[in-house]
Design a protein around this ligand. Structure first.
Ligand SMILES: C[S@@+](CC[C@H](N)C(=O)[O-])C[C@H]1O[C@@H](n2cnc3c(N)ncnc32)[C@H](O)[C@@H]1O
Length: 257
């Protein structure tokens, strides 16, 4: 019996598919490699002037800006794909699948345009995406602080905080702000990595050069407590299997005002 053949694509098929992409350039952002190329190219050619948020009094962990500036200079911006761990499950939800183009999204702490390109690739309309970070090299990213978001109440259908909450010494204020700017029945999506060595809650007030840990959570329950009574449904959650294991803590919840 013949072995099943791996998918092979002929030169003719490849050329025709390239032709399809040329006619539909927005589809190019469906490719992770192309998103990566575009984010790096835009950063290298023109994005290197950094605007920096000045008022750090609300809840910003000391050292956050210096640490993230260093990460930004790395070849992979610190991480190209981490945020997809939140975006991918969100895309399968009934209120998002097929509706992304008309939903308003706020990305908190994207660090670069990479997260914004992921959102566009997933189907969100670039005109409906806002982003805010303490540092910005992009016209697509506002300069601001998650503890005092520069947006009106209930302005976004989806609020994403992908690996950002750890930089807070007042995570309750940061989450209250996420909830405030989210619409009724909108989605708040939070991800971070639990590292058992750091303990829980607001833990490290004297960060080292490399490690900035303002707050640390090891379970979804702790994230739910921060949202308090302001959610009524959890669509997606994951946490490490035990307190001794490091791993992602992720939550996508529906907000009720
Ligand atoms: C680890 S990066 C996450 C990048 C991206 N979201 C991801 O998941 O790969 C954290 C980002 O949050 C930003 N950040 C930290 N504290 C912030 C604050 N108080 N307000 C807004 N952004 C903040 C940092 O400047 C950095 O760009």
């Amino acid at each position: 019996m013949n072995e099943p053949q791996a998918l092979s694509i002929s030169q003719k098929q490849l050329n025709e598919m390239l032709g399809i992409l040329v006619k539909n350039p927005s589809d190019i952002l469906l490719s992770g490699l192309c998103r990566r190329y575009l984010a790096l190219d835009r950063w290298k050619n023109g994005g290197r002037y950094l605007k920096i948020h000045e008022d750090l009094n609300q809840g910003v962990m000391p050292g956050s800006i210096e640490h993230n500036r260093r990460e930004l200079e790395k070849d992979d911006f610190g991480s190209f794909t981490r945020t997809l761990r939140l975006i991918n499950p969100m895309m399968s939800l009934g209120q998002v699948y097929g509706h992304a183009h008309r939903l308003k999204v706020l990305s908190i702490g994207p660090r670069t345009e990479m997260e914004i390109l992921h959102l566009i690739g997933a189907g969100f309309n670039p005109n409906n995406i806002s982003a805010v970070d303490l540092i910005s090299s992009s016209p697509l990213v506002d300069v601001g602080d998650m503890h005092k978001l520069p947006y009106m109440d209930k302005s976004f259908d989806i609020v994403i905080s992908s690996w950002v909450l750890g930089y807070s010494r007042d995570p309750q204020l940061a989450v209250d702000e996420m909830v405030r700017v989210c619409t009724d029945r909108g989605l708040v999506s939070i991800g971070l990595t639990y590292e058992p060595g750091y303990g829980r809650g607001v833990v490290a007030n004297n960060p080292t050069e490399d490690e900035i840990v303002g707050s640390m959570y090891g379970s979804v329950e702790e994230l739910k407590k921060l949202i308090g009574e302001k959610f009524d449904y959890v669509y997606f959650q994951q946490e490490p299997e035990s307190d001794e294991q490091s791993g992602p803590v992720m939550l996508i919840a529906r907000i009720r005002h």
